[in-house]
Design a protein around this ligand. Structure first.
Ligand code: CUA
Length: 338
């Protein structure tokens, strides 16, 4: 086998391996996560996915064309008894052709890309504005007009344009909702803006997409796209202050205030207004504990309070070595914060 034909076989092997991997891994990735760039559910994600598939198609046609010509040339012009392999070194026509065609293809890709970028600029109007602040390792979401602060859970009305003002308090993170919006870095000291409009109601997984420290993996969030009525009801419930606790829950509140919990977390209607950790005003209504590390159930909350570092080593939440009674009281209190 000649060197060129070996290279061709090698390339073909790589392509087949790549296709097989895509076939096997693609559905696995999609099913493990409700959110994927291949299931776009917003205007911007759909435009980006369409551009991706157009470029994949162009690249596929080029691959098949180039490999086809290569194999054809290998066999048609090979050395035979009584004939030298054909040579085309120094063919000006050929060299102009294979410079001009890629330049044209790149021009087409360039124009399509610029068109997509321009089409994805924030449309004029008066969209809903949310502030997203990245922390090591959780997301703070503020709704300035509604006076709400929550964590790791972003509620939006379906079909409505949402503008997210993105920033970070420590290192560079990256905000990514695969089905709704491409990645955008969250950079300390910079305010950046992205927007999206969820086309269908449902939950969409979001994540930090830039390595930002040991717990980068557990910097997940969830987008809940709701009908306007459900969204309004959620806003209303989040605006309610915490109810006054009684019994065991009251003991929990006292413990919360006596320990340093109150200086890192915020609970509306108490004196606690720290912002080092997530706001706990409606912590019991959220989907997870520790930005995805545990499902938010009373049992898991107790396990988390007893030893947060066992679940999220390196996070800012220290182990207070609470006894079982203290854990019970704190859990009882936090569970009232629906
Ligand atoms: Cu934040 Cu990775």
């Amino acid at each position: 086998m000649t060197w060129a034909s070996r290279r061709a076989v090698c390339r073909l092997g790589l392509l087949v391996a790549g296709l097989l991997m895509a076939l096997v891994l693609g559905p696995a990735v999609a099913s493990a996560d409700s959110s994927s760039p291949f299931t776009p559910a917003s205007t911007i994600a759909t435009a980006t996915a369409n551009l991706f598939w157009v470029i994949v198609a162009i690249a596929g046609i080029i691959f098949v064309g180039v490999e086809g010509v290569l194999f054809y040339a290998l066999f048609a012009y090979r050395q035979r008894p009584g004939r030298e392999a054909a040579q085309f070194h120094g063919s000006t026509r050929l060299e102009i052709t294979w410079t001009a065609i890629p330049a044209l293809i790149l021009l087409v890709v360039f124009v399509l890309t610029v068109k997509t970028v321009v089409a994805n600029q924030l449309p004029a109007g008066d969209p809903l504005e949310i502030r997203a602040v990245a922390h090591q390792w959780w997301w703070e979401f503020d709704y300035p007009a509604e006076g709400i602060t929550t964590a790791n859970e972003l509620h939006v009305p379906v079909g409505e344009r949402v503008v997210v003002k993105l920033s970070s308090v420590d290192v560079i993170h990256s905000f990514w909702i695969p089905s709704l919006v491409p990645k955008l870095d969250a950079v300390p000291g910079q305010d950046r803006t992205l927007w999206f409009d969820a086309h269908q109601a449902g939950d969409y997984a979001g994540r930090c997409a830039e390595f930002c420290g040991v717990e980068h993996t557990w910097m997940l969030f969830r987008v809940v796209a709701q009908s306007p009525d459900e969204y309004a009801a959620w806003i209303k419930s989040q605006q309610q202050p915490a109810p006054a606790p009684t019994g065991l829950a009251l003991q929990g509140l006292q413990l919360y205030q006596a320990q340093t919990c109150a200086s890192c977390h915020a609970i509306a209607a108490t004196s606690s207004n720290g912002s080092v950790g997530p706001s706990l005003t409606h912590v019991a209504s959220r989907w997870s504990i520790g930005a995805g590390v545990l499902d938010n159930t009373p049992d898991n909350l107790s396990r988390w309070l007893a030893d947060p570092q066992a679940f999220k080593p390196g996070s800012a939440m220290p182990n207070y070595h609470f006894g079982p009674d203290d854990v019970k009281a704190l859990t009882a209190y936090l569970e009232t914060l629906k």
